[in-house]
Ligand binder design. Structure first.
Ligand SMILES: [Zn+2]
Length: 223
């Protein structure tokens, strides 16, 4: 049990598995913030997409530092034009903290979507509104391909509003995330993704499972 209990990743592991976009100050910010917050865990985690991962980012731990959260929000806002009547849409999960930071910096309003029993964003609103015709910036903390954003994108369409951009702190599968944005024809950005050294596997091919089934933690419950 203790052999594979999750632990905080070392600075070397952070450099090995996390790739930050090459923007001024960003890689240094990410490395420093992940190390100081202990937000990157090493263990054996089941991701919502059904795969098993040796690493997991607890965004809530990162978000506890207001300076770090503000810097992340600014890096994401730097890549898009924010309409003055835009609304930020976030799920009621740890992504909320990033959405609120983006809302505060951009001086716009916030709407919150419900999450389901597995903490995935659902296609209904908990708080705020998405009036028809308004531009919406969909925000979440860490996604894999961005498939978990699709209920939020559909919710915007249900309300007759328009997605102006999708912003996430991390897209573990950066290629998959860009492909999702392309299919949806929406602008979007992410600041970090997983390097090829970040082990993610189908359960049938998971090395940690094959090694004797160490504790498997549903990643969403750690955030
Ligand atoms: Zn496994």
């Amino acid at each position: 049990m203790t052999l594979h209990a999750p632990r905080v990743a070392t600075d070397q592991e952070i450099r090995d598995v996390v790739v930050a976009q090459p923007r001024r100050g960003l890689p240094e910010l990410i490395e420093r913030a992940l190390l100081a917050s202990g937000a990157l865990l090493r263990g054996h985690f089941s991701l919502q997409v059904g795969t098993h991962s040796e690493y997991f980012i607890r965004f809530r731990a990162l978000a506890r530092d207001p300076e770090v959260l503000g810097a992340i929000a600014e890096h994401l806002l730097a890549t898009i034009t924010v309409p003055t009547d835009a609304i930020v849409l976030v799920p009621e999960s740890s992504g909320y903290f990033l959405g609120e930071a983006i809302r505060a910096r951009a001086g716009i309003t916030l709407a919150v979507a419900r999450t389901d029993s597995e903490r995935r964003p659902a296609r209904s609103l908990l708080h705020g509104g998405l009036p028809a015709g308004r531009p919406v910036i969909v925000v979440n903390d860490v996604v894999t391909t961005g498939a978990s954003l699709e209920p939020l994108l559909d919710l915007v369409a249900d309300c007759g509003a328009t997605v102006a951009a999708a912003l996430v702190f991390g897209a573990l599968d950066g290629t998959g995330f860009r492909a999702m944005l392309g299919r949806r024809r929406i602008a979007g950005d992410h600041l970090i993704e997983a390097s090829p050294s970040w082990p993610v596997a189908d359960p049938a091919r998971c090395a940690a499972c094959a090694a004797g089934g160490p504790p498997l933690l549903p990643a969403a419950e750690l955030n």
